[in-house]
Design a protein around this ligand. Sequence first.
Ligand code: ADP
Ligand code: MG
Length: 226
Amino acid sequence: MTEGQILTQPRLLTEVESKELLRRAGVPVIETKLARTKKEAISISKGMGFPVVLKIISLDIVHKSDSGGVRLGLPNAAQVGKAYSEVMSSIKRKYPEAIIQGVSVQRMAPPGIEVIVGMSKDSQFGPVLMFGLGGVLVEVLKDVSFRIVPVTRRDAEEMVREIKGYPLLQGYRGQEAVDIPSLEELIVKVSQFIEQNPRIKELDLNPVFAYKDRAIAVDARIIMEV
Ligand code: ADP
Ligand code: MG
């Protein structure tokens, strides 16, 4: 924010900014860097190791994949270069007015169970954390649990167990169980982060990938109060 700037709109932070704040607060997020040019995207990818993911970074684009702004599983420098050009031309065509900062670069995370952790402010209760399974399960079935911030370890344990999809986290039909304690730890860390940053209006970690030994957010979005 530049000095003297008058904010009249809630301020959206980019994926890169959101993840950086969360990382500093000890919330596990996948390492993510901003590339402003194709050359930068390639050199960052080489530094991180393939396969990588590119995502459009623009405050004018909230849903990155809906707008054709996410490219997953890029196996080498040539594919990163190609994906960079394709994402840029597609976004410029669809959203000619959008101000584009560049693309984010991150490692392609191995498959895991996708969950979401969110925060919104209730007019009566203040910040409330939400936990649920990612994707269709949350959108269609609204299978989520809520607790008021501050969320204790005990609250987090209950949140995880309350959702109908909990058996999926325990391992289902040969699928490996995920590390429940690391999910609880992540929820508590997010709650502490919210407490320390009362100006956050909304937060979304969607998705968090849950594995047998850890949990890590691969997308993050924060909206600040005016
Ligand atoms: P948006 O929610 O803005 O559309 P996301 O960053 O959530 O964009 O990416 C869309 C989807 O791509 C995610 O739900 C997830 O399934 C997948 N994805 C995103 N980042 C990664 C990553 N680093 N590794 C593996 N899959 C990813
Ligand atoms: Mg997302």
